[in-house]
Write a protein that binds this ligand. Structure first.
Ligand SMILES: *Cc1c(COP(=O)(O)O)cnc(C)c1O
Length: 397
């Protein structure tokens, strides 16, 4: 080989094997080499026995999938570019024209938008059910229902549903149920072992939140226990061309060992602040499923009570006698709490919501007012409380 560029590309040096360190080596590839033409023809991308193309897996993505299976209590796992794309992939894999999907009213908002947009355009109908009323779900499950989405606790309003009853209804009617497990993160409860004989069929997880922990990566996962269901999802995943980058996977692999410590720390901070908010005259209602009196607290106790864990999130309903300007002034006055979407990262966040635009009906268990959602980062809790205090005093004098 006379050309320098050829020698550079086909360099013979190989580092010695048996390198071992706390973090795994990171592999990045679109192209993956085959040793022989026969090996290329014989290769199969459907399992983890080998490699075919970067889109179908590298040692790095296989590693994260296996570790996430451990976290979720599933058996198989697929990685997708975002939490929302995990939801979309499940819908695309399991639904076809003429089918119907049921979605809880307090689901992650864009999941509804997807149902009203693409799913509707493809002839897939959806109905919204009241997650706090299992009888409502029971009424709505019909002959065309192919998929029921579950979320515990619900987005923004944090009510914990009677998850066991909802899953039981799906099992009794033979409808596949998928849980958006981002809130529980595989830590607060075990969706694949709710009871000895009770499990959801699929979990999706926005790895963007706790598994990343940095507020700097977007990724999602889809976990299952049934090989046939996994294969169905994997076929769609392949045909849709969904893949994730090695650098992003590395970021999640690096954060994953500390997920439980971070989850517990943010849980404690959120509960302390939520309890403090209960004593503020400006606050009509504090929404946090682990607090007695919060909507769905008794269901949280059944499912999460043993571990006594909750995500570091809570919402408050502020009196509707306050103007939107005052509520905005409160948000704008916060210094440590930044305003922005997502959670699970190092920085505490607040989001003001217009709940009336997000729900079919104003939930019965909720006071009418302005809804703010807080998520706790890793700042000192006293500092966060002082930040809330100064903003309350400034905006609602
Ligand atoms: C954030 C979130 C998602 C979406 O995750 P992205 O990675 O931001 O697309 C889905 N479901 C829940 C419950 C979430 O909180």
């Amino acid at each position: 080989m006379s050309g320098r560029s050829t020698r550079l590309i086909h360099h013979p040096y190989q580092p010695p094997e048996s390198f071992a360190a706390p973090q795994p080596g990171i592999y990045k590839a679109s192209t993956i080499y085959f040793q022989t033409a026969q090996a290329l023809r014989a290769s199969d991308w459907k399992d983890k026995t080998g490699y075919t193309y970067g889109l179908h897996g590298t040692p790095t993505t296989f590693l994260l999938e296996e570790r996430l299976s451990e976290l979720e209590g599933g058996v198989q796992c697929l990685l997708v570019p975002s939490g929302l794309s995990a939801i979309a992939t499940v819908n695309q894999a399991l639904l076809k024209s003429g089918d119907e999907v049921l979605i809880p009213d307090n689901c992650y908002g864009p999941s509804k938008a997807l149902a009203q947009g693409e799913l509707q355009n493809w002839g897939i109908t959806h109905h919204i059910y009241n997650p706090m009323d299992p009888a409502d779900l029971e009424r709505r499950i019909g002959p065309k229902t192919r998929l029921v989405w579950l979320e515990a606790a619900g987005s923004v309003t944090m009510e914990f549903p009677n998850l066991l009853e909802l899953v039981r209804l799906c099992k009794q009617t033979g409808v596949t149920c998928a849980l958006d497990n981002t809130w529980g993160a595989g830590l607060a409860f075990e969706p694949f072992a709710l009871e000895p004989d009770l499990a959801v069929d699929i979990t999706t997880h926005a790895l963007t939140k706790y598994p990343s922990g940095g507020g700097d990566v977007l990724m999602g996962s889809i976990s299952t226990q049934d090989p046939a269901l996994h294969l169905k999802l994997k076929l769609s995943h392949m045909r849709l061309g969904l893949g994730v980058g090695g650098n992003d996977v590395e970021a999640i692999l690096r954060s994953l060992p500390t997920i439980e410590l971070r989850y517990r720390a943010q849980d404690q901070a959120a509960r302390a602040l939520a309890k403090w908010c209960q004593n503020r005259s400006e606050v009509l209602q504090v929404l946090h499923p682990a607090l007695p009196g919060s909507p769905g607290h008794e269901h949280w106790r059944v499912v999460c009570g043993r571990k006594d864990l909750a995500a570091g999130l809570f919402s408050v309903v502020l009196s509707s006698s306050f103007s939107q300007d005052q509520v905005d002034a409160f948000c704008n006055s916060l210094k440590l709490f930044k305003m922005g979407y997502s959670w699970g990262g190092p920085v505490s966040l607040v989001v003001p919501y217009q709940l009336q635009t997000m729900r079919e009906v104003w939930p019965q268990h909720l006071q009418r007012g302005h809804v703010l959602r807080f998520s706790t980062g890793f700042e000192n809790v006293q500092d966060l409380q002082a930040d809330l205090d100064q903003a309350f005093n400034l905006a609602f004098r």
